[in-house]
Every structure is written in C-alpha cells, then in structure tokens.
Write a protein that binds this ligand. Structure first.
Ligand SMILES: NC(=O)C1=CN([C@@H]2O[C@H](COP(=O)(O)OP(=O)(O)OC[C@H]3O[C@@H](n4cnc5c(N)ncnc54)[C@H](OP(=O)(O)O)[C@@H]3O)[C@@H](O)[C@H]2O)C=CC1
Ligand SMILES: [Mg+2]
Length: 431
C-alpha cells in the first residue's frame, strides 16, 4: 500500500559535512550523535530515519517547549496557531512541509531498522486479519484504516500510573520504534491517532517521508503539559497516503458540550480516492476520559455527530469515524453513534459470532486502582456506503500477559484497530 520510494533509503545518509545532518522539515542542523538512552543501533540509517528528525522539535523544545509547564504553554500556543479555525477553512495551511523536498524512506528498511533497535525486546505479537466479506468483489484496492491511541509519552511516564509496567519499557527511543513497527507492519492507507505528543519531532517528519500527509490538532489544555520534561501537548493526528487520496476539505473541531468549549478535539477530512474518484469523510477523535463524565462524553459525541452531518451533507458522503471514545458500548455516547441518522455501524462488531457484539476489550492495563479492561476504541463506518472486508484480530489475553499493557512487547495501553474498507456497489458512481 505504500508507494515505492523514488530514491533509495541510503539517501537518508547525508551528503553534508561529516557529523552534521540536514533536518528534513526545517533545514536546521544538529550534531550527529545517537540518543543516550537508545541501544547501540545496528544501522546508522536509523539515526537518520528515526532519530534525526527529532532534532527539529528537540531544538524547538530547547527554546520553547520542554522546560516545564510555563514554556510549554508557548509551544501550545504555537501549535494552536497552526490549527486555528481560520486555517481549517484553508487546507493548504494544514499540509505538511512540501513532501517533494523530503527524502523518501523505504518502509521495509525503516522496519528493519526499527527491529534492530528493538533487538533486545521480545518479538512482537502475531495478529491476523479476519476475512469478513470474501463474497463482495471490488474493482479497487481496499482502503486500510488504522485507529490507535498510541499513549502520550508524557502521560505514560508521568500520569497514567501503569503500576505493572517497568519504566524501561516506556523509554521513548525504543517505544517509538515499537509504534513505528506496528504502523509499518500493517501499512495503513489512513492512520488515526490519539495521544500524539511527538507529532512534530517524530511522526510528521517520518510519516511524510513514507508518503503520508499529516494533520495534528492538539488538545487546548493537554494534561501532558503538566508533566515535567514534556514534549508539548498531546492531540489527535490524521495521516493519509498522498498517492492514494487527494485532500478535498479539512476541519479541526474543538468539541463542545452543552454549548461550552471543551478540552477534546476532532479532525475531519474529506478525501478523494485517486483510483476511483470516490469521496469519503474520515474523522478522528478522543473523547473525555474517566468515570463520572458520561453525560459530558455524550454531549461531545452529539456535537461531533452534528459537525459530521454538516461535513457529509447529511450522510451523502460516506463516513469513517475513528476514536478513543472513552466509553463502553453501554454508554449513551455509543448509543448516539449506533442510532444516528448517519447510519453508522461499528466495524469491530463484525468480528463477533453474531456480528452484534463489540470485542471484550480494546484497552487493558493495571493502575493503582486495579485492573482496567475496557472496550473504548471504535471504527464507525457508513453501513449503506462501505463494506468492511477484513479486520485485524485483537491480542489474546495470553499474548497481553499478566502485567497487561503497555509492555516490552506492545507500546500502548490501547490496541490498534485495523480495517479494510471498500465502497458498496450500490453507491458506485455517486460520491
Ligand atoms: N492548567 C490548566 O489550566 C488546565 C489543565 N488541565 C489538565 O488537563 C487534565 C484534564 O484534561 P482532560 O482533557 O479533561 O483529560 P481526560 O480526563 O480526558 O484524560 C486525559 C488523559 O488521562 C488518561 N486517563 C484516563 N483515566 C485515567 C486515570 N484514571 N489515571 C490517569 N490517567 C487517566 C486518558 O487516557 P485514555 O483516554 O487512554 O483513558 C487521557 O489521555 C487535568 O488533569 C489537567 O492536568 C485541564 C484544564 C485546565
Ligand atoms: Mg491514555
């Protein structure tokens, strides 16, 4: 699904003065030295591909964002400038730096390099795709969508209280390779992420070199900013492969609850498939967490649905909504989505025997309060316009292990959800 790199990955090794490397996004330079916490890399390219880009935001963080909460607010303000409501009406302001100026990375080589960094870790778990609609042939390749709350680095190390997870398992230099490995293993066409607090230094520069166009919308008052040595606010990020889709429209939405602005956000983009000319809308969100906030989440969900009604012109444009809803299927917000006039179904229900039950968990962790096993993450889709051709099975309890998540094998407390979609024949030729 990735497009072939136009040049070899070895182009990542710079031709500039020895020991200096041009940073892709900014043109800044920094000394070439491996991160202190990382194991000795097997390949020098990893420094180029995985670490070097971090210099851009690290040099930003030296001046603006990593010195604690006060200066982090400045970073937050800068990030918000890039995502202002004015910008949302002009997609050109939201696009990443010109991808033509970035050296492409060969995904296979990057995957190998990630694996080299992770050589002291246990192997990653095997997960299989389950075929769901083998009887519906499609003329176009499916659209693979990944939904994943990747766990903000600042929250994982600072506030989440994962009492059974050793701190070494959370080291960013290795954990980011586990996250990249998961993305590279499944090669989604569209990637919907929550709790991203390493957008500018890691995911945007690397994923743009893999052919993705990215958008980031930070939470207005990210809890990450209250963690010492944070890397800026966390937020939602949406990436799509530029060789498969053209951006038609993009909206960054600050969710409201009972007309009040909240700390939760969403990104909604209308994309056009380059192969088929078909349009669809993809949205990503992360609703308010914690028990006691059920009505608040419900109101946020209603606001998001209202926004999506407008964006899809009343369900005329097929829709996919990915999110960490922080709500079990018994909650009101889930019911609003299941019964909305947008005609949505939750894709992972299709993995159950009767097609009606959500998986038993999408997140599983142990906090000071005890074991937390919940189904909170969903991929909703327009059931009249889209088919789910296959879905990636979840990790088993045995794979997750007694200490639950995150772990040395798996980088987040939430599992990634991955689905392959195709358009239904009935709506072929419409939008
Ligand atoms: N300084 C200021 O003026 C303000 C600061 N804030 C900060 O923001 C925070 C609230 O922001 P808000 O967006 O409402 O945050 P949420 O309540 O939505 O939670 C934020 C994160 O905490 C995680 N989380 C969920 N449950 C727990 C738990 N039991 N223990 C630890 N972490 C948990 C969530 O992860 P998941 O989704 O994976 O469950 C989520 O990513 C405040 O605590 C404060 O730190 C907020 C407003 C103003
Ligand atoms: Mg979390």
């Amino acid at each position: 699904m990735f497009h072939s790199p136009r040049r070899l990955c070895s182009a990542l090794l710079q031709r500039d003065a020895p020991g200096l490397r041009r940073l892709p996004a900014t043109g800044l330079r920094r000394p070439l030295s491996p991160p202190a916490s990382a194991p000795r890399p097997a390949s020098p390219r990893l420094l180029a591909a995985v670490s070097a880009a971090s210099g851009a935001a690290r040099s930003c963080s030296r001046t603006a964002c990593s010195m604690g909460t006060g200066t982090s607010r400045l970073y937050s303000a800068l990030a918000k400038t890039l995502n202002s409501s004015a910008a949302s009406q002009h997609p050109e302001y939201l696009v990443s730096p010109d991808p033509e100026h970035l050296e492409p990375i060969d995904p296979k080589e990057l995957l190998e390099e990630c694996r080299a960094v992770l050589h002291t870790r246990p192997p990653r778990f095997q997960r299989d795709f389950v075929d769901l609609r083998t009887d519906c042939p499609s003329t176009h390749p499916p659209i693979r969508v990944m939904q994943w709350n990747i766990l903000a680095q600042a929250l994982g190390e600072g506030k989440d209280n994962f009492v059974q997870c050793p701190v070494e398992a959370l080291k960013w230099e290795e954990r980011k390779c586990l996250i990249l490995e998961e993305i590279l293993a499944y090669q989604p066409d569209i990637l919907c992420l929550q709790e991203v607090d390493h957008y500018f230094d890691t995911f945007q520069p690397l994923l743009s070199r893999l052919g993705y166009q990215g958008t980031f919308f930070p939470k207005p008052w990210s809890p990450c900013l209250d963690v010492e040595h944070n890397n800026g606010p966390d937020g939602c990020a949406l990436f799509f492969l530029q060789n498969r889709f053209k951006l038609v429209n993009s909206a960054n939405i600050r969710l409201t609850a009972m007309t009040l602005k909240t700390n939760q956000v969403a990104i909604a983009q209308t994309l056009e498939c380059k192969e088929s000319g078909r349009q669809f809308c993809i949205a990503v969100t992360h609703l308010k967490a914690r028990t006691g906030w059920e009505r608040f989440r419900s109101a946020q969900g209603c606001d998001l649905l209202q926004n999506l009604q407008n964006i899809t012109q009343g369900a005329k444009i097929p829709l996919i909504v990915c999110g960490d809803f922080n709500a079990e299927p018994t909650e009101e917000v889930y019911k609003h989505f299941a019964s909305s006039s947008l005609n949505l179904n939750s894709a992972y229900k299709l993995l159950s025997a009767d097609g009606q039950s959500e998986p038993p968990y999408t997140t599983w962790k142990i906090r000071t309060s005890g074991e937390c096993r919940h189904t909170l993450d969903y991929i909703w889709y327009s059931k009249h316009a889209l088919n789910v051709r296959s879905a990636l099975d979840l990790l088993t309890e045995e794979q997750i292990g007694p200490n639950r998540l995150p772990s040395f094998n798996y980088p987040s407390d939430h599992l990634s959800l991955v689905c392959d979609f195709s358009f239904t024949e009935e709506t072929d030729g419409l939008l």
